[in-house]
Design a protein around this ligand. Sequence first.
Ligand code: S3P
Length: 184
Amino acid sequence: MKDHEKIAPFSCNIALIGFMGTGKSTVAECLGRMSGMRVVEMDEEIAARQGMTIPEIFAKHGERYFRSLETGLLRELGSGGNCIISCGGGAALREENVALMKRNGKVVLLTAAPETIARRVKGDSTRPLLKDNQSAAYIADMMEARRPRYEAAADIVIQTDDRTAEEICGELLTKVRGMGEKDV
Ligand code: S3P
């Protein structure tokens, strides 16, 4: 799949889930460019509405508050027009959120090895949950704890190590179309 290639918009939402650094934002941006669909970057949307960065929201109000904002936003997106939703890495951990994603959408899980994630997030200070430790071992433990919930939520799983956004979008397109995107 080429960067400039155009694809027909999906007839449902596409919710990209997965651990931090699995490429959700990059893939969402690429899919949006190809399909012309609106892209919602959940973290960006929440930060803009709160007038604060994600670390500021965590520091001032705590993680629970942030999680309730995620649920509120997903509730809104499930009832609007179709879009590509780049979910925060923790959004799929709540069952209620997953049900909202599936109401009018396909849930696509992006995966990567802990070493890949560690390389991608190195030096990044925008993720409160990785601010004190960004080692592959720490990431592997957190990822393992989350894995059952990610996998239970996913309609489709795509591995992202050593692949370009265009390659990932190509696989996503084939798999979503293959499973009948209207059967949401
Ligand atoms: C989080 C992931 C982040 C952001 C917040 C919490 C998580 O999003 O929502 O820092 O719990 O995994 P990204 O996955 O886009 O980094």
